[in-house]
Design a binder for this molecule. Structure first.
Ligand code: APR
Length: 264
């Protein structure tokens, strides 16, 4: 049984520099040469080696992410990202903040990491309203872990009880009745069974799940969709690396929307 979304995303109250994860995320500034808040705490805990490596990175643009080693930190790596400065909400701040989380997660996955801890990016010196930032953080992380299965654990580390309660409430609300996550995991496991039984690799598995999961309402539909995909693989005698074509996905999607399920 795939882990539930609340087994993969946890809210923690405490100090990000003590978290025992593969990478902690730094709320940095574009220079990457250190600062106050989280940035200062991470550089203090990591020691001078971190700054020396950061000097060689040539800075970082808002919304982007770069990775360094963790040095004296418990985490092997630090992923530096630069959050948006709050300017009232009409300068693309929401999307830039979401990009920080998305790009940090993508960089962690690319680096084959399994766990990552985030601070509340931009909610300190950069002035981003805490509740709005927390909602963006939770939604972006939930969406990412729904369609990317390698990162097993994401910690959202809050400073102080007020932030902790806020994040916890938002995660509870956003995950209640979130069938998309469960249906996506069900579809991923059906695809894994199809790959194992046919000795194939489905190249566009993430795209398949992205397309179909939002339209699947229950486990029966997930199972029927899996059976239909299996039937297609058997009928075509596909082998090796297989790409399920767009027209087949569209047929499946149409049939799901008709609440039936497409059969050959
Ligand atoms: N662990 C976890 N969270 C922390 C820690 C810590 N050790 N220290 C501070 N925080 C929290 C703050 O309470 C705030 O909610 O991290 C959040 C982000 O605050 P900042 O560190 O001020 O980051 P940000 O708002 O993104 O501003 C970035 O500040 O430190 C400078 O160089 C940095 O210029 C950049 C700017």
């Amino acid at each position: 049984m795939a882990p539930g979304i609340k087994e993969r995303i946890s809210i923690i109250e405490g100090d990000i520099t003590t978290q025992l994860v593969d990478a902690i995320v730094n709320a940095a500034n574009p220079s990457l040469l250190g600062g106050g808040g989280v940035d200062g705490a991470i550089h203090r805990a990591a020691g001078p080696g971190l700054l020396a490596e950061c000097r060689r990175l040539g800075g970082c643009r808002t919304g982007e992410a770069k990775i360094t080693r963790g040095y004296r930190l418990p985490s092997r790596f630090v992923i530096h990202t630069v959050g948006p400065v709050w300017k009232g909400g009409d300068s693309g701040e929401d999307e830039l903040l979401a990009s920080c989380y998305r790009n940090a997660l993508a960089l962690a996955e690319l680096s084959d990491l399994r766990s990552i801890a985030f601070p509340a990016i931009s909610t300190g010196a950069y002035g981003f309203p805490m509740e709005r930032a927390a909602r963006i953080a939770v939604r972006t992380v939930m969406k990412y872990v729904t369609y990317h299965t390698t990162i097993g654990k994401v910690l959202l580390v809050c400073r102080g009880n007020a932030a902790y309660s806020l994040y916890t409430d938002i995660l509870d609300k956003e995950s209640t009745g979130n069938s998309e996550y469960q249906m996506a995991q069900a579809l991923f496991s059906h695809l894994s069974m199809i790959e194992a039984s046919h000795g194939i690799r489905v190249k566009n598995r993430v795209a398949i799940v992205h397309t179909l999961a939002p339209a699947i309402r229950n486990d029966i539909q997930a199972l029927s969709t899996g059976i239909s995909l299996n039937n297609w693989v058997s009928a075509t005698g596909a082998y090796g690396e297989v790409t399920v074509p767009e027209n087949i996905l569209q047929k499946l999607l149409d049939s799901l929307k008709d609440t039936g399920v497409w059969r050959e």
